[in-house]
Ligand binder design. Structure first.
Ligand code: SAM
Length: 214
């Protein structure tokens, strides 16, 4: 077995399952996607460690556990159209692509978006579309979405994203202060978001018209 596959299995067995990740499809995707190909060379040896890692431009790839929790909270069955805000390395988008029909992912930093697009193409993900722009405005032309995931810290759920979510759809996001947040899962019912609070977390800020101003 290749060494990275062994490290991936250890990540799932020692970081994810003991902390309560149960969705078998999520666990299988985390065992499959080669996280080490989404990080810069100088941190590749830590790709499967229990931590976020730098990916350049002062941004990070999230901790594996956080990726798994957020993905599990989305309750994916396989036929969803998903919008992700904060492409970063493209790793979360690859996990989503394994578990759904279509993924649209928006990144505000051009270089990160380009690198993520190249990686996802090289790995054969044909159901992911990377867009450069301010994700706080959503992606009107492909809306409505079954699921929306924000992978950067936001002071509140941006209004355009609520409008672009289908009735019965789910949004998962770290919401709170700039340097500390709580992971929130919201279900849209009769046009309103019903919120459920999960684990405390720390994400880099969501910067844009409906996020932080800079
Ligand atoms: N999901 C990523 C991954 O798998 O590597 C990690 C995301 S990283 C924690 C947050 C990302 O959100 C950064 O790349 C940052 O540039 C991006 N971001 C911040 N504000 C944004 C916005 N308004 N629109 C799109 N992306 C944004």
């Amino acid at each position: 077995m290749d060494e990275y596959k062994r490290l991936r299995d250890m990540m799932v067995d020692y970081q994810l399952i003991p902390r309560g990740i149960k969705d078998e499809r999520v666990l299988a995707a985390m065992r499959k996607v080669p996280r080490h190909l989404f990080v810069p060379d100088f941190v590749r040896h830590s790709a499967y460690d229990d931590m976020a890692l730098p990916i350049g431009d002062d941004q990070t790839i999230s901790q594996p556990y956080m990726v798994a929790v957020m993905t599990e909270l989305l309750e994916l069955k396989g036929d969803e159209k998903i919008l992700e805000i904060g492409t970063g390395s493209g790793y979360q988008a690859a996990i989503l692509a394994e578990l759904s029909r279509e993924v649209y992912t928006i990144e505000r930093i051009f270089t990160l978006a380009e690198e993520a697009r190249k990686r996802l193409t090289t790995l054969g993900y044909e159901n992911v579309c990377v867009i450069v722009g301010d994700g706080t405005k959503g992606f009107e032309e492909k809306s409505p979405f079954d699921r929306i995931i924000i992978t950067a810290a936001t002071p509140k759920i941006p209004e355009p994203l609520i409008n672009q979510l289908k009735e019965g759809g789910i949004i998962v996001a770290p919401v709170g202060e700039r340097f500390s947040q709580v992971l929130i899962k919201c279900k849209k019912e009769k046009g309103m978001l019903i919120e459920e609070y999960h684990t405390p977390c720390v994400f880099v800020p969501l910067i844009g018209e409906y996020g932080w101003k800079g």
